[in-house]
Design a binder for this molecule. Structure first.
Ligand code: GAR
Length: 214
């Protein structure tokens, strides 16, 4: 890539292990994206220290200091625009973004959700998977659309559900795959092999979009 790397802003709320996997992947010289800024809505989120240790710029935009969702989203957007961000990755970001913000970043914002979408949207997807009795579970990278966890899928990874699995055990097995999948999903979008068109993900032929069964 000759100066063609996409600048990525990462939004976190917590420990930031997915963010760390993106930072690590982006260190490869031929990776099509660089992490320009990490923003947390929670002061002191573990991921902030992790990003700083990797030499990445960070900012905190504390949602509690804003009167409403729109003004918080506006501040987040400004931070990313000022940092020259091309793409946003939500990485364990646990707040709903306003439709206006999502529409502004349509086709340029990704999320990772720990289930094989469209199954088990929303909270506690591992609990939902165990309760449903599925034998295969996993994670999905998708474009963000206004409806929660509903955007077009870019890539998925699958893991088995094993007898006696607990919510935590299953979450850990899925998380290991998330750390492989999110860098792949971002690579596809930043490198132009996956794009959002007419409400669907369009993939370059031959793109690798599935990982598993681990
Ligand atoms: C990850 O499992 C991520 O997929 C999930 O939260 C965890 C964050 O961990 N995200 C969601 O549930 C979003 N709806 P991390 O902070 O270590 O990346």
């Amino acid at each position: 890539m000759h100066g063609g790397k996409k600048r990525v802003g990462v939004l976190i709320s917590g420990r930031g292990s997915n963010m760390a996997s993106l930072i690590e992947a982006a260190q490869a010289p031929d990776y099509p994206a660089e992490i320009a800024l990490v923003v947390s809505n929670r002061p002191g989120a573990g991921g902030l220290a992790r990003a700083e240790a990797a030499g990445i710029r960070t900012a905190t935009v504390d949602h509690k200091l804003f009167p409403d969702r729109a003004s918080f989203d506006e501040a987040v957007g400004q931070a990313f625009v000022q940092a020259g961000v091309d793409l946003i990755c939500l990485a364990g970001f646990m707040r709903i973004l306003s439709d206006g913000f999502v529409e502004q970043w349509t086709g340029r914002m990704l999320n990772i959700h720990p289930s094989l979408l469209p199954l088990f949207k929303g909270l506690r997807p591992h609990r939902q998977a165990l309760d449903a009795g599925v034998c295969i579970h996993g994670c999905s990278v998708h474009f963000v659309v206004p409806e929660l966890d509903s955007g077009p899928i870019v890539a998925q990874a699958a893991v088995p559900v094993l007898p006696g699995d607990t919510e935590d055990g299953l979450a850990a097995r899925v998380l290991a795959e998330e750390h492989r999948l999110y860098p792949l999903g971002l690579e596809l979008v930043a490198g132009g092999q996956a794009r959002l068109e007419g409400g669907r993900t369009v993939l370059a032929s031959g793109s690798r979009t599935a990982l598993g069964l681990a």
